[in-house]
Write a protein that binds this ligand. Structure first.
Ligand code: ADP
Ligand code: ADP
Ligand code: ZN
Length: 217
């Protein structure tokens, strides 16, 4: 399966990604996670990306396309992958298309998680993420079993600096301006699957599995 996950910040892409990769046994490729890892390791890419991420802007296409397409050449992507947070612009979608076409590969689905904007803002303000594995929790809607600790690896949970109200508003505007157009792009290719993301996490996952033609385990 080669799947991409679309949806605005806070739609639940990361949360569903963790479940999808278990079900389909494919690697989870999150450009946001790759950037955060580079930032924490203070690499050159990390330093360049940080300035954009902190302001709620997208990282420029040249950097983002390079790191994502490079990751797709790893051996673990041979049997498929789940892209979470890429593509986010039309040039990124074109670059992915070119990469796949050259290899005579194609996407199976573009899953678009749809959630009302006021719900997104509430979710993002309550989001807490694991410093180690990146898992997302929510102090209101999806609390960890033990306060402040990750269910999966017991590491500390923190609030992402770009989840501040001001940056969230900017990210939602950027989404509408730069990412919304790729919904039409995948719709025109017949790949778009809209999923109602304003349901509990298990139900959203069930709907995603159904749309991919599979009964969840
Ligand atoms: P994204 O990767 O799309 O930005 P996340 O998966 O990090 O989104 O989810 C955003 C926040 O909303 C997190 O705090 C997460 O725990 C919470 N969340 C995710 N899915 C749901 C859902 N279906 N219902 C309620 N809260 C959710
Ligand atoms: P969310 O889904 O909650 O918006 P991500 O972890 O996917 O968060 O992304 C965090 C930030 O990383 C984005 O706001 C953006 O600055 C940068 N980023 C992630 N993916 C991309 C991308 N495909 N293109 C450009 N910037 C990206
Ligand atoms: Zn963890």
């Amino acid at each position: 399966m080669r799947i991409i996950l679309l949806g605005p910040p806070g739609a639940g892409k990361g949360t569903q990604a963790k479940k999808i990769i278990n079900e389909f046994n494919i690697p989870h490729i999150s450009t946001g996670d790759i950037f955060r890892k580079n930032i924490s390791e203070r690499t050159e890419i990390g330093v360049r990306a940080k300035a954009f991420i902190d302001n709620g802007q997208l990282v420029p296409d040249d950097i983002t396309i390079d790191i994502c397409l490079e990751r797709l050449t790893y051996k673990d992507c041979e049997n498929g992958f789940l892209l979470d947070g890429f593509p986010r612009t039309v040039p990124q979608a074109d670059a992915l298309q070119e990469f796949l076409s050259k290899r005579e590969l194609s996407l199976d689905a573009a899953i678009n998680i749809v959630v009302p904007e006021d719900v997104l803002k509430r979710r993002l303000s309550g989001r807490r993420v694991c410093v180690h594995c990146g898992a997302s929790f929510n102090i209101e809607t999806n609390p960890p079993k033990l306060e402040g600790k990750c269910d999966f690896c017991s590491s500390d949970l923190i609030q992402r600096s770009d989840d501040s109200l001001e940056t969230v508003n900017e990210r939602l505007e950027v989404y509408k301006r730069q990412t919304q157009p790729i919904i039409d792009y995948y719709s025109n290719k017949g790949l778009l699957k809209n999923i109602d993301g304003y349901q509990d996490i298990a139900k959203v996952f069930e709907d995603i599995c159904k749309t991919l033609g599979r009964d969840p385990k």
